[in-house]
Design a protein around this ligand. Structure first.
Ligand SMILES: O=C1O[C@H](COP(=O)(O)O)[C@@H](O)[C@H](O)[C@H]1O
Length: 257
């Protein structure tokens, strides 16, 4: 089968970061062949630090001023709170971009709406609508690249196993008040938005991710959120892992490094 996701596995985190940086640069070039912007969505958790390697941050081929960075999910906390995905990305990546004159356009949540996650999600959906054209003219936004993490329970974005949000097929952005991983109040891109992107990347590193990767790849019928993305987006998906996370996992299509 050719529509399986691809897995690229590396012996060390440094090599993984390097491979990821190369991939992101290719995605940037492909985006510029379609339009003058590079529109991406970024997750929190372990992903930002792996993404923010010198191979990306100091790479002269990165055209930061043409990047538009959105969040695949965000916690309903102030932007300077330790749980904020924006705050994390800012500290590990945005603050390290060398030429401040050439910064990406970043789209954080509206801090004034933190008390009401539905309003927070609706406002973030409006932010997407403004960038990707009106919702009545495009059915779904098409990100050039979505960068996802994979939680130890198989969640991605703030889409958790067995949660009713996995069935959301109208909203682009949805609130969640009962995230099993703290903090409980969040917003998230919905599954159709994630799988509609031109490219979808998962990053999962460390032996701690091995058991869940086995379930994701070997038992897709369990319907874990990461498996649902794999099944729906197929060969648009590339997994970047280290060897410790993927060793012994069957049912994967190994990609060339
Ligand atoms: O809560 C979250 O967790 C996931 C996975 O995080 P990781 O540390 O296991 O990589 C992350 O992708 C998501 O953005 C975040 O809000």
């Amino acid at each position: 089968m050719t529509n399986l996701p691809q897995v690229r596995s590396y012996p060390t985190n440094d090599k993984l970061s390097l491979g990821l940086a190369e991939y992101v640069l290719n995605a940037q070039a492909a985006a510029f062949s379609r339009h003058p912007k590079f529109r991406i969505a970024v997750s929190g958790g372990s992903l930002p630090s792996i993404l923010a390697s010198p191979a990306l941050i100091d790479n002269p081929s990165v055209q930061w001023s043409k990047w538009e960075i959105f969040f695949a999910d965000e916690r309903a906390v102030p932007l300077d709170h330790p749980d904020s995905n924006y705050g994390l990305l800012k500290s590990v990546l945005l603050d390290k971009i060398p030429q401040k004159s050439s910064m990406p356009k970043v789209f954080p949540i509206d801090e004034l709406l933190l008390d009401d996650t539905q309003e927070l999600a609706d406002a973030y959906e409006q932010t997407l609508i403004q960038s990707f054209a009106a919702k009545d003219s495009v059915k779904l936004p098409i990100f050039d690249l979505i960068l996802l993490g994979c939680g130890p329970d198989g969640h991605t974005c703030s889409l958790f196993p067995g949660h009713e949000l996995l069935r959301e097929d109208i909203a682009w952005v949805a609130p969640i008040e009962d995230s099993p991983k703290p903090p409980p109040r969040r917003i998230t891109l919905t599954l159709p938005v994630v799988t509609h992107a031109v490219r979808v990347v998962f990053v999962a590193a460390g032996a701690g991710k091995k058991e869940i990767l086995k379930t994701i790849f070997e038992k897709p019928e369990e319907g874990l959120p990461c498996s649902l993305v794999n099944m729906e987006a197929g060969d648009k998906v590339v997994w970047f892992t280290d060897d410790a996370a993927i060793q012994g996992v069957t049912g994967v299509r190994k990609g060339s490094l």
